[in-house]
Structure formats: structure tokens, C-alpha cells
Design a binder for this molecule. Sequence first.
Ligand SMILES: Cc1ncc(COP(=O)(O)O)c(C=O)c1O
Length: 402
Amino acid sequence: MKLKEYGLTAGEVKELVGKYMIETYERYNFVCERAEGMYLYDEKGTAYLDFYGGIAVNSAGNCNPKVVAAVRDQVGEVIHTFNYPYTLPQALLAKKICTTLGFDKIFYQNSGTEANEAMIKMARKYGVEKYGPNKYHIITAKSGFHGRTYGAMSATGQPDNACQIGFKPVVPGFTYAEYNNLEAFREQVTDDTIGIMIEPIQGEGGVVPATEEFMRGLRKLCDEKHILLMFDEVQTGWCRTGDIMAFMHYGIKPDLLTMAKAMGGGMPISAVVTSDEIAKSFTMGSHGTTYGGNAVCCAASLAQITELLDRDLAGNAKKVGAYLMEKLRTMPHVKEVRGRGLMIGIVYDGPVGLKVKHGCFDNKMLVTLIGDNVIRLIPPLIATKEDCDKAYEIMKKVSEEI
Ligand SMILES: Cc1ncc(COP(=O)(O)O)c(C=O)c1O
């Protein structure tokens, strides 16, 4: 849909949104009419350099041609069936994901938060059926983020964040331990604990990577106590961090893992993967979804994942991410640059984040802000060194001006 066809200006579109939509987002001040590769375009053709990737979604590039073709092909055949008939896109995608990642079984959902709901439900059902009715306690990390539905929100260890204020009481059965502090997690394990749920790099928490010692320690702790290690790779998954999945960096494997965002290349699809044994807890009728496993989303996801793997975009993320991080460290007012691959957090030495974000926008570059001092870069993984040079020049200029 184009503004021109409807005889509307960008200002009129903003007015319609303001009048009719419930707004919970800090918007970039433009109407996106087209997106391609590393750029978003407004109705006048102004290009914005994309260093947020639809929040780590458009990893094979905006409107990747293979994803577009897969959607176009599938949409004319079968859009939606519910999960009664078998469909080919579901079956091929399941095989691709399970064999690539080394898991036995997959369950499809539609969003990151729903994938986490499914993971929490699966772990709890497995726990109470195997060990008894109280075995449902899950430890998660302080400053983590797992989503905005009640279970995932309750797993989110950020009681003072706007995404939790006013929504109490949360779902019981979660406790929160300090990230990267193995002893803090160990202290919270009780006879009722069934799992530890964690992001390998805390995304919304400010791009904070888990240490190798912590992650390997968690695996050992879970093995010792016979509890489940549950990874939320909604943001880190599918090549973002320089590995296909972030867990691979640590040489360990979780018992359950969720994915979303980059998995669908812009189409709403997510999933939880696990072993045959744990998957058995999801029996007929125990869990379900109208749209999860939708044929168009599965076809898009298969094309997206094939692109990410065949073009080794994990390798590219590792290479250009390291290159960009080194450069960013030389900018003024920067206290720390952290992350892995193309998941980068720039920590400023004061609450200047909004100024930097707006400064980048004025220079036609799109970034995201976490808190008041962390700028997060999560661009499409097709970013070249030249794209990174361009991003760095803009950010350097903006940082010098604050
Ligand atoms: C680690 C993590 N988990 C879960 C979610 C929730 O995903 P969604 O917004 O698709 O529900 C997010 C979203 O940013 C996330 O970063």
C-alpha cells in the first residue's frame, strides 16, 4: 500500500495512528513505505540505514528476495489450515531446524513470548509428571527479558520495568538470580526446581553476554541437580551472535531452546525445540495454537534459514561485528562496547541515549535505545564493512556533538 494511491500525506498517516491506535511505542518520525537490504525508505524515497533490523528480525536483509518469493509462492497455494491437515512447509522446516541444531522435536508458535510460554509449560508439565506436583519452580536471571504475556512476563526478572508495572500479580513459581553469578543460581535451587531459564546474551537488559564460566557452570549445575537448562534465543538465535545459535559458542547444549525473530524473516513464527523425552509431556490437546505452524510463515522461515546458513551470515556477523566493535570503542563518551557478532551494545558515560538515537535518526540511521545510556545495534546480518563504516561515521559525528 502506498500513500499516493490513497491520496494521503505522511502527516495524515501519523494523525490516523494517533487518533485510532493505542500507542505504546516511541516511533521513528517517518512512514516506512519500502524496505530493501540494509535500508528502509519513506514515501519520498529517503533512505534510512537500518541498524535495528526490525529488532533483530530482518537478518537476511529487509525483503530478502528468497523470502519474498517463498511467501508469494505459498500464499497462492495454502495460506492457513490450522494444524489438522499436514502441510509440506511445516514438515520441511521441522526437519531443517531439528537436524541443523541437533534437537529431536519442535513445536511452532507465533511470537517470542509465546515460544517462551510453550517452553515454560512444557518444562513444568514434564516436572510435575516425572517428579510430583510441586516440581514447577523455575529460576531466571535478574534484568532478563522473556516477553509480555503473563508467563513470560513473570519469568522476566525486571519488576521495576514499565512492562511489569501495573500488571501484578505475576504467575507464581519464578525466582530471579543475578546474571553471570553461578552461586546466586545455585543458592536458589530447591527440591521443587525444574529448570533454569536464561538468555545467552541479555538483549533488552542492555546487551550483556553471559560468561563462558557461568554458562558451563549452569550446565553442570543442571546436570548435578537433574533440572532443565532452558535457553531463550529469541533475540540471539539464527546467526546473530556469530554462531548459528548463541549456545554453540559455549560448547554446551540446553535441554529446551526457544527461537523467534530472525527465524521468520519478518513473518510471525517462533518455536521451542527439545528432546524426545521432554517433548512427550505435550500430549494430545495439552497445548495448541490456531496460527502456529502457518503454511506461509513456515515457507518464509525455511527460505530465511536457508539463506542465513547458505550465505554463512553467522560468519559475516562474527567478522564485521568484531570490526565494528573495535571502531566504536574509539568514539567519545563511550564507556564500553559489548556483545558478540552483530548484537552490539554501546554504553555511554551518561544518560545521553535519547540524544544519540535522535542524532542518528537526523543522519538517516536507525538504532534502538535501552534504558537511558545503551545504544543497541542489531542490523541485518548482510551488513558489509562499508555499511559498518557508514554507521560508525554517523555515530562518531553524533557522539562528538553530545
Ligand atoms: C530474549 C527475548 N525473549 C522474548 C522476547 C519476546 O518476543 P516477542 O516480542 O516476539 O513476543 C524478546 C523480544 O524482544 C526477547 O528479546
